[in-house]
Write a protein that binds this ligand. Structure first.
Ligand code: NAP
Length: 356
């Protein structure tokens, strides 16, 4: 593809989401007509932040009702679009059936959206929001990588329905996307693999598990301490930029690790201590692995012993150079992302200062 059509409308699945919000904002500010595919266009709580942006931005937003599990439901939204951003997929920490609540919407939803792309002649490119979770399942997996770091060449082979089902859902969904892409010639697939996304939401009451995690740093859940658990992090605003460049840089291709920092849960919490440490019960200690192994599963059933054994005490390192080179990314500091998100949780009443 030598040039990409920047005049056609673009479609965004899951436009109500935390990650998609900043992408929709960017697209509207760049003057695009955005076809926002959402489950319930009438739910004002989910779309009013997008409407507010559209009121002053040069672009236009149009809503379409669609569900990942409803075959053919993206047809109307996709008609006439040059680029499809497929961001919708559940990122939730509480579920009772991982197959129906995580894997089916991720995998069958990807199939539904991409088979619709096969039937929509205007589509030139699909940008898929995958995850670093499609690259690794547990931190210990890093020891099995060719270079000792996570790269775009690596696939998650350690997750399944019982162990890390969210990571499993993202892995099977991305594989499904590549299989469908390889079955045709017209549209290109460009994949974004973000690490943990942090930073403020356009809707402060987002359902994304990113919010649960950062909220727990300030609500006392983790006041006794946090494990040494390596992870990557990227700001949601930078991630929107990465999606935009993946769509409109004609040379972008393949997977892209979009992760700004090789960090850890401890280090993320530590960025908040100077500003918020006196008023909020932020974790200050590192909990020993043996203690977590003993009591972790009793405190939280999702915190299983295999999860602790394979993640606690391990660093996390990913190679983000492809994103710097091919998407020309420049990443915000971790401190800026964490402060902006934590402050938003305070301002929106989701975090209250501890009583002295
Ligand atoms: P989010 O705010 O919860 O967004 C998820 C979106 O998916 C929502 O718009 C949701 O719609 C939609 N969705 C869920 N089930 C659906 C269904 N059956 N039919 C149609 N839409 C459905 O979470 P997020 O963090 O922004 O996640 C967005 C994407 O980024 C996901 O693909 C996720 O895997 C990926 N990602 C996130 C992170 C992270 O740290 N946040 C990291 C890596 C990758 P409703 O509003 O109707 O519920």
């Amino acid at each position: 593809m030598s040039t990409l059509d920047t005049t056609s409308p673009v479609m965004v699945t899951g436009a109500t989401g935390y990650v998609a919000g900043w992408l929709v904002k960017k697209l509207l500010e760049e003057g695009f007509t955005v076809h926002a595919a959402v489950r319930d266009p009438a739910n004002k709580n989910k779309v009013q932040h997008l409407d507010a942006i559209a009121q002053t931005a040069p672009g236009t937003i149009r809503y379409f009702k669609a569900d990942l599990l409803d075959n053919g439901s993206y047809a109307e939204a996709m008609a006439g679009c040059g680029v499809v951003f497929h961001t919708a997929s559940p990122f939730i920490v509480e579920f009772s059936d991982p197959q129906t609540e995580l894997v089916d919407p991720a995998k069958l939803g990807t199939r539904n959206v991409l088979e619709q792309a096969n039937q929509t002649p205007s589509v030139e490119r699909v940008v898929l929001t995958s995850s670093c979770a499609a690259i690794y399942g547990d931190n210990v997996d890093q020891e099995q990588t060719p270079e000792g770091v996570f790269t775009e060449e690596v696939w998650n082979t350690s997750s399944n329905l019982q162990h890390n089902p969210y990571a499993y859902s993202k892995t099977v969904a991305e594989k499904e996307a590549w299989a469908i892409n390889e079955g045709q010639q017209r549209w290109q697939l460009v994949v974004i693999n973000p690490s943990l996304v942090v930073g403020p939401g356009l809707n402060p009451h987002a359902t994304s598990a990113s919010f649960d995690l950062v909220r727990q740093l300030g609500d006392g859940t983790m006041k006794a301490g946090v494990p040494h658990w390596g992870m990557g992090a990227v700001d949601v605003r930078d991630l929107a930029e990465a999606h935009f460049r993946a769509a409109f840089n004609p040379d972008a291709k393949g997977r892209h690790i979009v992760s700004a920092h090789n960090t850890s849960f401890q280090a993320m919490a530590a960025t908040l201590l100077d500003t918020y440490g006196n008023s909020y019960p932020l974790p200050r200690r590192t909990l020993p692995k043996w203690l977590l192994w003993l009591v972790g599963p009793l405190a939280n059933k999702a915190f299983t012993r295999p999860l602790i054994a394979r993640n606690v005490g391990y660093d996390w390192t990913a190679d983000n150079r492809k994103s710097l080179r091919d998407l020309d990314m420049q990443y915000r500091s971790l401190s800026e992302s964490m402060h902006d998100m934590f402050q938003q949780l305070i301002d929106s009443g989701q975090l209250k200062p501890a009583k002295k």
